[in-house]
Ligand binder design. Structure first.
Ligand code: SF4
Ligand code: SF4
Length: 279
C-alpha cells in the first residue's frame, strides 16, 4: 500500500527531502518520472505519487515521510494495497543503478519481527499488517526521541523561573548526534536542521505536547512553591516587625515606670543662682 498525505497537511515541507524516491511534491507542482511529466495530484497540500512510492522499501525499515511529519498526516493508503515484493521491484525499477538485495530494509520485515518503527517522537508509525512473514533484520531504527528537556539541559540563573531560556535537547534522526533547539522556537511543524548533518527535524504534535507539558509541569510547580515560600516569608516578616514594635512600646513603658520608681525622696529645694536659669 502506498503512502498518502491527508488533508491535515500543513505544508511544512519536511517530508519532501526525506523521500528516497522523490515521490513527494508540493501542491500544484507537476511531478515527473524519467523526464516524463505528470499533473499535480493535489493543489493546496503536498502529495505523494503512488507510482514512485515504495513505502521506503529498499531504503528504510519505516516510512521516512511519516517519521518526520509533525501532524501525522502521512498514512498508508488503504485504497492502494501493495506487497513488499511489488514495492521492492519498484525500488529496483526506479533506481536501476542500485542493487537491492532481497532482504533490503523494509517495514514489512520489521513488522514481522513484532517491532514497530518508531516515529521521530517515539510513537509507532501507522502501518498496515504485514502481508507476509520475512527473515528478521538487524537494522536498527533511527529514532529522534525528545529527551526530558529540563533534566538534560543545563540550568542557568535566567532559566531559574524562565522556561524560554532553555534549549531543548534533541537527537538527529539521520546522524544520531545530539543537538539543541531553543525552547522558545520549539513548535510543531517547524523545520529545524541538524548542525552536524543538516538532516531535518520537525517536532510532531506529540513531541511538542510532551516537551510543553514537561516544561509547564516543572515550572508551574516551581513557581507555586516559590510563591508559597514568599507568602510564608512575608507573614513571618510581618509577625517579626509586630513583635519588635510591641517590644519597643513595652520598653518605653518600662523606662517610664523606672523613672517613677526612681523619684528621689526629700523636700522641694528650688534652685538659686545660675542653676535657676535651667529650670
Ligand atoms: S513512504 Fe517513503 S517512498 Fe513513499 S512517499 Fe514516503 S518517504 Fe517517499
Ligand atoms: S511533513 Fe506532513 S505536514 Fe509537512 S508537508 Fe509533509 S505531509 Fe504535509
Amino acid at each position: 500500500m502506498a503512502t498518502t498525505i491527508t488533508s491535515e497537511c500543513i505544508n511544512c515541507g519536511a517530508c519532501e527531502p526525506e523521500c528516497p524516491n522523490t515521490a513527494i511534491y508540493a501542491g500544484g507542482v507537476p511531478w515527473e518520472l524519467n523526464g516524463a511529466p505528470g499533473p499535480a495530484i493535489a493543489q493546496d497540500i503536498y502529495y505523494i505519487v503512488p507510482s514512485k512510492c515504495t513505502e521506503c522499501v529498499g531504503f528504510h525499515d519505516h516510512e521516512a515521510c511519516a517519521a518526520v511529519c509533525p501532524v501525522d498526516c502521512c498514512i498508508p493508503d488503504p485504497a492502494n494495497l501493495e506487497s513488499e515484493g511489488v514495492l521492492l521491484a519498484r525500488a529496483r525499477e526506479l533506481h536501476p543503478e542500485t542493487t537491492f538485495p532481497d532482504d533490503a530494509p523494509s517495514r514489512f520485515r520489521k513488522e514481522a519481527t513484532g517491532a514497530e518503527a518508531p516515529a521521530a517522537n517515539g510513537a509507532a508509525v501507522a502501518s498496515a499488517p504485514a502481508p507476509k512473514p520475512a527473515p528478521a533484520t538487524t537494522a536498527a531504527p533511527k529514532a529522534a526521541a525528545v529527551a526530558p528537556a529540563a533534566s538534560a539541559a543545563t540550568s542557568t540563573t535566567s532559566a531559574e523561573f524562565n522556561p524560554l531560556a532553555w534549549e531543548v535537547p534533541v537527537i538527529c534522526k539521520d546522524c544520531n548526534e545530539p543537538w539543541t533547539i531553543p525552547y522558545r522556537l520549539f513548535e510543531k511543524g517547524v523545520v529545524f536542521h541538524c548542525p552536524s548533518c543538516s538532516g531535518s527535524y520537525v517536532p510532531k504534535t506529540a513531541m511538542y505536547r510532551a516537551v510543553k507539558e514537561t516544561f509547564e509541569g516543572f515550572y508551574s510547580r516551581r513557581r507555586a512553591e516559590r510563591e508559597a515560600f514568599e507568602r510564608k516569608r512575608a507573614r513571618e516578616a510581618a509577625a517579626f516587625e509586630a513583635k519588635q514594635a510591641a517590644e519597643m512600646e513595652a520598653f518605653k513603658q518600662k523606662l517610664e515606670a523606672l523613672a517613677h520608681s526612681m523619684k528621689p525622696a526629700g523636700k522641694l529645694v528650688r534652685p538659686t543662682g545660675i542653676a535657676s536659669m535651667f529650670t
